[in-house]
Design a protein around this ligand. Structure first.
Ligand code: IPE
Ligand code: IPE
Ligand code: MG
Ligand code: MG
Length: 330
């Protein structure tokens, strides 16, 4: 394992000027004539969020020698708009009652408004991308939106599917999550007019980071502190979403336990005691440990993807982010 020297808090503070510029860009672009669009979009954007995708773009651009502030701020805004659109849609699909510690937009304005404002944000992102006037950036972003939609559809296809394989699970998360995280890094390299070999290294780093990120997210669903997570535990189980810790336990538990687990999957009415028993079983079978190890493996591979870059503050920052995604608690 490659050790990193830079701490995650340092990474955020190192880039706070550009991160603030991206926040300003987001607010500047959110000026629809239709008040409901601004209200719903502003609400979710103001509700927080780690802004990890814009941060990855900034660092990747810098690593490749790119410093164009206008391009970086616009790129960061585009990524956050796409991400926000997917969250609006995701909360409708998942029937979520909580997002970032507060009520999701769908609870306040309804599912229809959430879907339509999500569509608006997707389209806004793509219309801003055209202004960047880089053919490669446009194709990469459009392909990513397609992949993300495919990921959500594939996931829907396998809802409540007790026989979901680890391989198909990995395909789902690569599409729905890792594609945008990968593109955040690649987009930074494209903005910097980096050579193809650097584009490819950052694309691959971002993909592996994104895989680690989603596997960790899926594991946090069974082990996090509710308040820190800003979402409720056990949601995936309730929604019938089959994720890595669940796949592992289903493949390793006794028949009698499998029958009990089957009854819980997709069951809206299970009790806190059931969740506790489930988490205890997952701990006993090493399912949480297994998923965390898989996340750690992806994080280690992400670091190896940066082998071709010489040591620098920015490379170390990307290492720190690779550690952060598997150690985070929210
Ligand atoms: C949430 O992404 C959706 C997933 C891909 C798991 P983030 O964890 O980046 O969400 P925010 O923006 O920080 O709330
Ligand atoms: C991430 O999946 C969805 C997106 C990529 C939008 P989840 O459904 O696991 O995300 P959370 O847990 O609701 O944030
Ligand atoms: Mg969700
Ligand atoms: Mg989740």
């Amino acid at each position: 394992m490659i050790e990193n020297i830079v701490e995650i808090d340092q990474v955020w503070s190192e880039h706070k000027v550009l991160m603030s510029a991206i926040e300003a860009e987001i607010r500047k672009e959110l000026r629809s004539e239709v008040e409901l669009v601004n209200k719903v979009a502003q609400y979710i954007i103001d509700s927080g969020g780690k802004r990890i995708r814009p941060l990855l773009l900034i660092i990747s651009a810098h690593l490749c020698g790119g410093t164009d502030k206008a391009l970086i701020t616009m790129g960061g805004g585009i990524l956050e708009f796409i991400h926000t659109a997917t969250l609006l849609h995701d909360d409708v699909i998942d029937n979520a009652e909580i997002r970032r510690g507060i009520s999701p937009a769908r609870v306040l304005w309804g599912n229809q408004a959430s879907i339509l404002v999500g569509d608006y944000l997707y389209t806004l992102a793509l219309s801003l991308a055209v202004k960047i006037d880089k053919y490669e950036a446009n194709t990469v972003l459009a392909d990513t939106c397609l992949k993300m939609a495919e990921g959500e559809i594939l996931q829907l296809n396998h809802n409540n599917d007790l026989n979901l394989s680890e391989q198909t699970y990995l395909q789902i998360i690569e599409h729905k999550t890792a594609s945008l995280i990968s593109t955040s890094c690649l987009f930074g390299a494209i903005i910097a007019d980096a050579p193809e070999v650097e584009n490819e290294a950052l694309r691959s780093y971002g993909k592996n980071l994104g895989m680690a990120f989603q596997v960790a997210d899926d594991t946090l669903d069974y082990m996090a502190d509710n308040d820190r997570l800003g979402k409720s535990l056990g949601e995936d189980l309730k929604e019938g979403k089959i994720t890595l810790p669940l796949i592992h336990i289903l493949q390793n538990c006794k028949d009698s336990e499998r029958i009990w687990i089957e009854k819980l999957i997709g069951n809206e009415d299970f009790f806190p005691d059931d969740l506790k028993k489930m988490i205890d079983l997952m701990t006993a079978y090493g399912s949480i440990r297994y998923a965390l190890k898989r996340a750690q493996d992806f994080s280690d591979t992400a670091k190896q993807d940066l082998d071709s870059f010489s040591d620098s503050l920015h490379r170390q920052s990307l290492f720190a982010l690779a550690d952060y995604v598997v150690q985070r608690d929210h």
